[in-house]
Design a protein around this ligand. Structure first.
Ligand code: ACO
Length: 425
């Protein structure tokens, strides 16, 4: 129990303890009892929900999905199996995994009429805008949208996970004016995406196992990250009982921003600029420390991790392995490593606990695979879909859940009168 003293009066506030020992003060009755609200701009100290999906210990660089460390999943699991784990809360049996994979395959095709929607976008449209619009549009092709406890949930979840990949590939082909390539049911999830993006009607794309595995791992590592900006957005929209497709579409928009998922695009653009300018990275580091420059070391820093992002460690290793396997010598990787080394020895970054995050090396892997920069955040969205769906499910399953509706402290003009236009100065 926490004690709060306000204007000489004492109040008791219940304590909530999480399964990993995280502690919170429950202030849900604060306004009713005291007339006060709490103010926490940017929500750095606000727990918006109690969740059973993902655990992060930012101080110690720990990330677990449903209790399983990310390192173990990256080594032993696949994206599809991890999606199942996140959404249903347990690892699937062989049969359950097989059924889920089949459901993904069954739902991979878009309704043929959706092809006309793609034609309406200008070729220079950002694929994240197309993705968000088309995910929402995909909801129009579902005969019945979900209600709480609905048995259709499993089908719609599979449909969304499967179709987000088809939409992503179609929007990529559209941006290049290339013919659309349909999915191949015989291919597994990530191989199928690469096929839809890079095959031609006259020639199948050669699937290198190292490439498929690296991209699958990127999806797995991005699959959830508790209450980040886009997941909180999905939960916020879901709390109004909006449908799954509308919620996921909102999540894509939130993810697009350069301070969130858009950082993977921003990192590559930053590395390219440094490379073109002939700087070895040291000039840029100085600029990133100077607030007046308006520059930041993209791919560094995290609201929650005050230590090395565990995903960044895994991705860095995978990046070295893939580039070796492809005999690819990327000068941007050398710049990234130099920037990392410089930052990790610089008091500015050390004092602020700024370490590489998941976006710092993922772009180099995607570039080696041949994925264009403006598709990077789309890849992130594909990976994050199971996390959004798991969080959507928690909202839907919580019968006592209320609509999300934060309050504010108003700082605008006090009561004022309307002045007719001719009398205004
Ligand atoms: N480069 C230089 N300085 C930085 C950086 C950076 N990448 N990140 C934070 N700082 C500095 C800030 O200027 C601030 O300095 P000050 O204390 O002297 O004012 C201090 O570190 C704290 O930064 P905040 O912005 O308050 O940290 P916050 O938790 O709000 O932001 C964020 C976290 C958005 C990730 C930030 O670190 C950032 O902009 N990083 C670069 C973008 C990025 O890589 N985003 C991806 C995040 S991971 C993801 O979404 C998947």
């Amino acid at each position: 129990m926490a004690r709060l003293e306000l204007n000489g009066k004492q109040y008791e506030l219940p304590e909530v303890v999480g399964s990993e020992g995280e502690r919170a003060v429950d202030i849900s009755a604060l306004r009713n009892n005291t007339g006060y609200i709490t103010l926490d701009e940017g929500y750095g100290n606000t727990g918006s929900c109690q969740s059973t999906v993902t655990f992060i210990d930012g101080e110690n660089g720990i990330l677990r999905y449903r209790g399983i460390p990310i390192e173990e999943l990256a080594e032993k699991s696949t994206f599809v199996e991890t999606a199942y784990l996140l959404i249903w809360g347990k690892l699937p049996t062989l049969q359950e995994l097989e059924d889920f994979s089949q459901l993904l395959t069954k739902n991979e095709m878009l309704h043929e009429d959706m092809k006309y929607h793609f034609e309406g976008f200008p070729t220079h449209a950002h694929p994240m805008a197309i993705l968000s619009a088309m995910i929402n549009a995909a909801g129009c092709f579902v005969p019945k949208l979900l209600a709480p406890g609905d048995e259709l949930f499993v089908i719609q979840a599979a449909r969304l996970i499967s179709q987000v990949r088809t939409i992503a590939a179609f929007s990529y082909r559209k941006s290049l004016g290339l013919p659309i390539i349909y999915p191949k049911p015989a291919y597994k999830y990530t191989a199928n995406l690469l096929h839809m993006m890079f095959s031609e009607p006259y020639q199948d794309y050669e699937l290198l196992p190292e490439v498929v595995q690296a991209l699958d791992m990127i999806f797995l590592l991005h699959a959830d990250h508790e209450q980040n900006c886009s997941t909180s957005t999905v939960r916020m929209v879901a709390s109004s009982r909006a449908n799954l497709f509308a919620c996921a579409s909102a999540g894509v928009c939130a993810l697009w921003g350069p301070l969130h998922g858009g950082a993977n695009q921003a990192v590559l653009e930053m590395l390219e600029k440094i490379h073109q300018s002939g700087d070895n990275g040291s000039k840029f580091i100085e600029q990133a420390k100077d607030k007046r420059s308006g520059k930041r070391l993209m791919g560094f820093g995290h609201r929650v991790y005050k230590n090395y992002d565990p995903r960044a460690k895994i991705i860095k290793k995978k990046c070295d392995q893939l580039l070796d396997a492809m005999h690819w010598n990327d000068p941007l990787l050398d710049i990234a490593k130099r920037l990392e080394e410089a930052a990790l020895n610089d008091p500015y970054f050390l004092e602020r606990k700024l370490y590489p995050n998941v976006d710092f090396y993922s772009g180099i892997i995607m570039r080696a695979i041949g994925i264009p920069i403006n598709m990077f955040t789309v890849m992130f969205s594909i990976g994050r879909m199971p996390g959004w769906i798991s969080n959507y499910k928690e909202i839907l399953d919580n019968k006592e859940g209320r609509i999300y509706r934060p309050r504010q402290i108003y700082q605008g003009p006090v009561e004022n009168r309307y002045v007719p236009i001719r009398e205004r100065q």
